[in-house]
Design a protein around this ligand. Structure first.
Ligand SMILES: NC(=O)c1ccc[n+]([C@@H]2O[C@H](COP(=O)([O-])OP(=O)(O)OC[C@H]3O[C@@H](n4cnc5c(N)ncnc54)[C@H](OP(=O)(O)O)[C@@H]3O)[C@@H](O)[C@H]2O)c1
Length: 234
Protein backbone atom coordinates (compact mmCIF):
# COMPACT_ATOMS: atom_id res chain seq x y z
CA UNK A 1 0.00 0.00 0.00
CA UNK A 2 1.28 3.46 -0.91
CA UNK A 3 2.37 5.42 2.18
CA UNK A 4 0.57 8.78 2.63
CA UNK A 5 2.50 11.99 2.35
CA UNK A 6 3.78 13.58 5.55
CA UNK A 7 2.25 16.86 6.68
CA UNK A 8 3.71 19.50 8.95
CA UNK A 9 2.13 19.39 12.38
CA UNK A 10 1.08 22.58 14.21
CA UNK A 11 3.91 24.70 15.54
CA UNK A 12 4.45 25.77 19.17
CA UNK A 13 4.54 29.45 20.17
CA UNK A 14 5.25 30.83 23.66
CA UNK A 15 3.64 34.01 24.97
CA UNK A 16 5.30 35.50 28.03
CA UNK A 17 5.78 38.74 29.94
CA UNK A 18 8.94 38.99 32.05
CA UNK A 19 10.64 41.68 34.08
CA UNK A 20 13.70 43.44 32.73
CA UNK A 21 16.46 42.70 33.67
CA UNK A 22 15.67 39.83 36.10
CA UNK A 23 13.34 37.69 33.95
CA UNK A 24 10.72 37.33 36.72
CA UNK A 25 7.26 36.21 35.52
CA UNK A 26 5.37 35.55 38.77
CA UNK A 27 5.20 35.84 42.50
CA UNK A 28 3.10 33.66 44.84
CA UNK A 29 1.20 32.38 41.82
CA UNK A 30 0.24 35.81 40.55
CA UNK A 31 1.49 38.21 37.90
CA UNK A 32 3.75 40.88 39.45
CA UNK A 33 2.10 43.75 37.49
CA UNK A 34 -1.09 45.10 36.01
CA UNK A 35 -0.75 45.67 32.27
CA UNK A 36 -4.14 45.91 30.57
CA UNK A 37 -2.70 46.66 27.14
CA UNK A 38 -0.51 43.57 27.26
CA UNK A 39 -3.44 41.39 28.38
CA UNK A 40 -5.45 42.68 25.40
CA UNK A 41 -2.57 41.72 23.13
CA UNK A 42 -2.40 38.26 24.74
CA UNK A 43 -6.13 37.81 24.09
CA UNK A 44 -5.82 38.84 20.44
CA UNK A 45 -2.88 36.48 19.87
CA UNK A 46 -4.36 33.41 21.49
CA UNK A 47 -8.11 33.58 20.82
CA UNK A 48 -9.44 30.81 18.60
CA UNK A 49 -6.47 28.55 19.34
CA UNK A 50 -5.43 25.74 21.65
CA UNK A 51 -3.36 26.90 24.64
CA UNK A 52 -1.26 24.77 27.00
CA UNK A 53 -0.74 25.84 30.60
CA UNK A 54 0.45 24.37 33.90
CA UNK A 55 -2.00 23.61 36.71
CA UNK A 56 -0.65 26.51 38.80
CA UNK A 57 -1.18 29.03 36.01
CA UNK A 58 -4.69 27.63 35.45
CA UNK A 59 -5.46 28.15 39.15
CA UNK A 60 -3.89 31.59 39.07
CA UNK A 61 -6.14 32.67 36.17
CA UNK A 62 -9.07 31.16 38.07
CA UNK A 63 -11.25 30.24 35.07
CA UNK A 64 -10.93 28.79 31.56
CA UNK A 65 -9.93 31.45 29.05
CA UNK A 66 -12.89 31.98 26.71
CA UNK A 67 -12.74 31.22 22.97
CA UNK A 68 -9.74 28.95 23.44
CA UNK A 69 -9.17 25.25 24.10
CA UNK A 70 -7.52 25.28 27.54
CA UNK A 71 -5.16 22.30 27.87
CA UNK A 72 -4.10 22.00 31.52
CA UNK A 73 -1.04 19.95 32.45
CA UNK A 74 -1.27 18.28 35.87
CA UNK A 75 -0.46 14.93 37.45
CA UNK A 76 -3.86 14.91 39.14
CA UNK A 77 -7.14 15.06 37.18
CA UNK A 78 -8.61 18.39 36.12
CA UNK A 79 -12.29 18.36 35.24
CA UNK A 80 -12.75 18.19 31.45
CA UNK A 81 -15.37 20.44 29.82
CA UNK A 82 -15.96 21.55 26.24
CA UNK A 83 -13.12 24.05 26.53
CA UNK A 84 -10.89 22.52 29.26
CA UNK A 85 -8.85 19.40 28.60
CA UNK A 86 -6.67 17.66 31.16
CA UNK A 87 -3.23 16.40 30.08
CA UNK A 88 -1.46 14.12 32.58
CA UNK A 89 1.90 14.38 30.82
CA UNK A 90 3.60 16.59 28.20
CA UNK A 91 3.08 14.03 25.40
CA UNK A 92 -0.69 14.12 25.98
CA UNK A 93 -0.66 17.92 26.08
CA UNK A 94 1.05 17.92 22.70
CA UNK A 95 -1.34 15.35 21.26
CA UNK A 96 -4.34 17.40 22.41
CA UNK A 97 -2.79 20.60 21.07
CA UNK A 98 -2.23 18.94 17.68
CA UNK A 99 -5.73 17.48 17.62
CA UNK A 100 -7.53 20.72 18.48
CA UNK A 101 -5.30 22.88 16.27
CA UNK A 102 -6.03 20.61 13.31
CA UNK A 103 -9.73 20.62 14.15
CA UNK A 104 -9.70 24.43 14.34
CA UNK A 105 -7.49 24.67 11.22
CA UNK A 106 -4.78 26.54 13.13
CA UNK A 107 -1.12 26.24 12.24
CA UNK A 108 0.10 26.99 15.75
CA UNK A 109 -0.83 26.53 19.38
CA UNK A 110 0.33 28.56 22.37
CA UNK A 111 2.30 27.81 25.54
CA UNK A 112 1.09 30.34 28.07
CA UNK A 113 3.13 29.37 31.16
CA UNK A 114 4.17 29.20 33.82
CA UNK A 115 7.86 28.59 34.38
CA UNK A 116 7.62 24.78 34.41
CA UNK A 117 5.64 24.64 31.18
CA UNK A 118 7.90 27.10 29.32
CA UNK A 119 10.88 24.95 30.37
CA UNK A 120 9.27 21.67 29.32
CA UNK A 121 8.53 22.86 25.79
CA UNK A 122 11.31 25.36 25.23
CA UNK A 123 13.43 23.36 22.79
CA UNK A 124 10.32 22.88 20.70
CA UNK A 125 9.05 26.43 20.14
CA UNK A 126 9.47 28.34 16.89
CA UNK A 127 8.05 31.71 17.94
CA UNK A 128 8.04 33.70 21.19
CA UNK A 129 5.84 36.72 21.80
CA UNK A 130 7.95 38.36 24.46
CA UNK A 131 6.92 41.30 26.64
CA UNK A 132 9.69 42.91 28.66
CA UNK A 133 8.38 44.87 31.62
CA UNK A 134 10.50 47.79 32.81
CA UNK A 135 9.65 47.45 36.50
CA UNK A 136 13.22 47.41 37.85
CA UNK A 137 14.40 44.73 40.28
CA UNK A 138 11.46 42.88 41.84
CA UNK A 139 11.01 39.77 43.97
CA UNK A 140 9.55 36.70 42.33
CA UNK A 141 9.46 32.93 42.48
CA UNK A 142 8.87 32.09 38.80
CA UNK A 143 11.14 33.02 35.90
CA UNK A 144 11.46 32.83 32.12
CA UNK A 145 15.21 32.69 32.08
CA UNK A 146 16.09 32.13 28.43
CA UNK A 147 18.40 34.13 26.19
CA UNK A 148 17.65 34.46 22.48
CA UNK A 149 20.83 34.56 20.43
CA UNK A 150 20.39 36.71 17.31
CA UNK A 151 22.25 34.09 15.28
CA UNK A 152 19.40 31.65 16.00
CA UNK A 153 16.45 34.01 16.40
CA UNK A 154 15.13 36.91 14.34
CA UNK A 155 13.72 39.87 16.26
CA UNK A 156 10.52 41.30 14.72
CA UNK A 157 8.05 44.09 15.36
CA UNK A 158 9.59 45.60 18.47
CA UNK A 159 7.15 48.10 20.01
CA UNK A 160 7.44 50.30 23.11
CA UNK A 161 4.50 51.18 25.37
CA UNK A 162 4.65 53.91 28.03
CA UNK A 163 3.45 53.65 31.60
CA UNK A 164 -0.20 54.81 31.67
CA UNK A 165 -3.46 54.56 33.62
CA UNK A 166 -3.95 51.12 32.05
CA UNK A 167 -0.37 49.93 32.44
CA UNK A 168 1.53 50.05 35.71
CA UNK A 169 4.95 50.02 34.00
CA UNK A 170 6.41 50.83 30.60
CA UNK A 171 7.01 47.71 28.51
CA UNK A 172 8.37 46.50 25.17
CA UNK A 173 6.91 43.75 23.00
CA UNK A 174 9.00 41.73 20.55
CA UNK A 175 8.25 38.77 18.34
CA UNK A 176 11.13 36.29 18.17
CA UNK A 177 11.18 33.77 15.34
CA UNK A 178 13.54 30.82 15.14
CA UNK A 179 15.64 31.24 11.97
CA UNK A 180 15.59 27.53 11.18
CA UNK A 181 12.17 26.34 12.26
CA UNK A 182 11.70 22.92 13.88
CA UNK A 183 8.72 20.77 12.97
CA UNK A 184 7.18 17.36 13.39
CA UNK A 185 5.85 15.70 10.26
CA UNK A 186 3.17 13.01 10.33
CA UNK A 187 1.29 10.87 7.83
CA UNK A 188 -2.49 10.70 7.94
CA UNK A 189 -2.30 7.19 9.44
CA UNK A 190 0.10 8.28 12.17
CA UNK A 191 -2.23 11.08 13.15
CA UNK A 192 -5.57 9.33 12.86
CA UNK A 193 -4.75 5.71 13.64
CA UNK A 194 -7.83 3.77 12.52
CA UNK A 195 -10.24 6.63 13.15
CA UNK A 196 -11.36 7.56 9.64
CA UNK A 197 -13.94 10.02 10.98
CA UNK A 198 -11.03 12.46 11.11
CA UNK A 199 -10.29 12.03 7.39
CA UNK A 200 -12.01 15.23 6.18
CA UNK A 201 -10.49 17.30 8.99
CA UNK A 202 -7.03 15.95 8.20
CA UNK A 203 -7.40 16.61 4.45
CA UNK A 204 -8.45 20.24 5.08
CA UNK A 205 -5.53 20.75 7.45
CA UNK A 206 -3.04 19.07 5.06
CA UNK A 207 -4.18 21.32 2.18
CA UNK A 208 -3.81 24.41 4.39
CA UNK A 209 -0.27 23.45 5.47
CA UNK A 210 0.85 22.55 1.95
CA UNK A 211 -0.34 25.94 0.69
CA UNK A 212 1.57 27.59 3.55
CA UNK A 213 4.77 25.66 2.72
CA UNK A 214 4.48 26.63 -0.97
CA UNK A 215 3.96 30.30 -0.13
CA UNK A 216 6.74 30.39 2.42
CA UNK A 217 9.41 27.81 1.60
CA UNK A 218 11.58 28.50 4.67
CA UNK A 219 14.20 26.01 5.74
CA UNK A 220 12.71 23.54 8.19
CA UNK A 221 14.07 20.68 10.24
CA UNK A 222 12.37 17.55 11.46
CA UNK A 223 11.89 17.83 15.20
CA UNK A 224 12.34 15.01 17.68
CA UNK A 225 10.51 15.91 20.88
CA UNK A 226 10.46 13.90 24.12
CA UNK A 227 12.67 11.28 22.41
CA UNK A 228 9.77 10.03 20.23
CA UNK A 229 10.67 8.48 16.92
CA UNK A 230 9.45 10.70 14.12
CA UNK A 231 8.88 10.29 10.45
CA UNK A 232 11.58 11.80 8.23
CA UNK A 233 10.48 15.07 6.63
CA UNK A 234 9.23 14.44 3.07
N1 LIG B 1 4.30 36.62 33.21
C1 LIG B 1 3.78 35.67 32.46
O1 LIG B 1 3.73 35.77 31.23
C2 LIG B 1 3.21 34.45 33.13
C3 LIG B 1 2.48 33.50 32.37
C4 LIG B 1 1.98 32.37 33.03
C5 LIG B 1 2.22 32.19 34.40
N2 LIG B 1 2.92 33.12 35.07
C6 LIG B 1 3.23 32.95 36.50
O2 LIG B 1 4.02 31.77 36.65
C7 LIG B 1 3.77 31.23 37.95
C8 LIG B 1 3.40 29.75 37.81
O3 LIG B 1 4.47 29.03 37.22
P1 LIG B 1 4.95 27.63 37.85
O4 LIG B 1 6.17 27.20 37.10
O5 LIG B 1 5.01 27.77 39.32
O6 LIG B 1 3.71 26.66 37.56
P2 LIG B 1 3.01 26.16 36.19
O7 LIG B 1 4.06 25.91 35.14
O8 LIG B 1 1.88 27.07 35.85
O9 LIG B 1 2.36 24.79 36.67
C9 LIG B 1 3.17 23.79 37.23
C10 LIG B 1 2.34 22.52 37.33
O10 LIG B 1 2.22 21.91 36.04
C11 LIG B 1 2.12 20.51 36.21
N3 LIG B 1 3.24 19.85 35.53
C12 LIG B 1 4.50 20.32 35.31
N4 LIG B 1 5.24 19.38 34.67
C13 LIG B 1 4.43 18.30 34.48
C14 LIG B 1 4.61 17.03 33.89
N5 LIG B 1 5.79 16.67 33.34
N6 LIG B 1 3.57 16.16 33.88
C15 LIG B 1 2.38 16.50 34.43
N7 LIG B 1 2.14 17.71 35.00
C16 LIG B 1 3.15 18.59 35.04
C17 LIG B 1 2.20 20.23 37.72
O11 LIG B 1 0.86 20.25 38.20
P3 LIG B 1 0.38 19.35 39.47
O12 LIG B 1 1.18 19.90 40.64
O13 LIG B 1 -1.09 19.60 39.56
O14 LIG B 1 0.76 17.92 39.13
C18 LIG B 1 2.96 21.45 38.21
O15 LIG B 1 2.77 21.69 39.59
C19 LIG B 1 2.67 32.06 38.55
O16 LIG B 1 3.23 33.06 39.40
C20 LIG B 1 2.01 32.73 37.36
O17 LIG B 1 1.38 33.96 37.71
C21 LIG B 1 3.42 34.24 34.48
Amino acid sequence: MKKSRTVRMPSATSVVARSHPDHIIGIENELPWRLKTDLRRFKQLTEGNAIIMGRKTYESIGRPLPNRINIVLSRTPVEDTASVKWAHNPETALLLADYYSILLERKEFFLIGGEEIYKLFHKFINVVYLTEVFCGNINGDAKFDFEFDRREWRYYSEEDFPKSDDDEFAFRTTCLVRRKSLHRFRTKEEFMGRDDTLEKIWERYAAMMEKLDDENPVKQEQLDIFGNDVTPAH
